[in-house]
Design a protein around this ligand. Structure first.
Ligand SMILES: Nc1nc2c(ncn2[C@@H]2O[C@H](COP(=O)(O)OP(=O)(O)OP(=O)(O)O)[C@@H](O)[C@H]2O)c(=O)[nH]1
Ligand SMILES: [Mg+2]
Length: 168
């Protein structure tokens, strides 16, 4: 995009380096985390196998460098989540939300697989997760399909806007 090209030249002239942000994707196995990550990186999503460890991809967005961590969700791997979250000892979203050192961190829930007729609607998931009770952090639920890409960019826009707002 010519505009973006010009912007990056100006940024380089100003000597500004992209702000780096870490985003951790957590969810049960088979939720579609790796598919979402690959979709974000515009990679082929047709041959994805369960993640045994983790994947990291960097995506440029909103003048920031987003380092997105995708951690395997299988039961045997879940105990390792805490290793990626700086000594956080958690196994469920509710525990993550209560963690002292993750206080104030914005949370985006992707209600994935909306292309399937059997997918629960985002509103039902929000209710099930008691999202309306979150008081000291920004949260958002975003319906999406990691396979078609629908809703994925909207979710990332929300994340980027919230990071920008928090840094102001
Ligand atoms: N129909 C549909 N299938 C999806 C979607 N996202 C992922 N899948 C499928 O769901 C299966 C699991 O996707 P993965 O991306 O491997 O899931 P994961 O959350 O990374 O799983 P783990 O690595 O085991 O934690 C794959 O067969 C995907 O093709 C979606 O939005 N719609
Ligand atoms: Mg995976």
């Amino acid at each position: 995009m010519p505009c973006r090209g010009l912007l990056s030249v100006i940024e380089k002239l100003k000597g500004s380096t992209d702000q780096e942000v870490r985003i951790v994707l957590l969810g049960l196995d088979n939720a579609g985390k790796t598919t979402l990550l690959k979709n974000l990186a515009s990679e082929d999503v047709s041959t994805i196998t369960p993640t045994q460890g983790f994947n990291i991809k960097s995506v440029a967005s909103h003048g920031m460098k987003l380092n997105v961590w995708d951690i395997g969700g299988q039961r045997k791997i879940r105990p390792f989540w805490k290793k990626y979250l700086e000594n956080t000892d958690l196994l469920e979203l509710s525990e993550l939300i209560d963690e002292e050192n993750l206080k104030g961190v914005p949370v985006l829930i992707f209600a994935n697989k909306q292309d399937l007729a059997t997918a629960s609607p985002a509103s039902e998931i929000a209710e099930g997760l008691n999202l309306h009770t979150y008081r000291d952090r920004e949260w958002q639920i975003q319906a999406c399909s990691a396979v078609s890409g629908e809703g994925v960019q909207d979710g990332m826009n929300w994340i980027c806007n919230n990071i920008v707002n928090k840094k102001k």
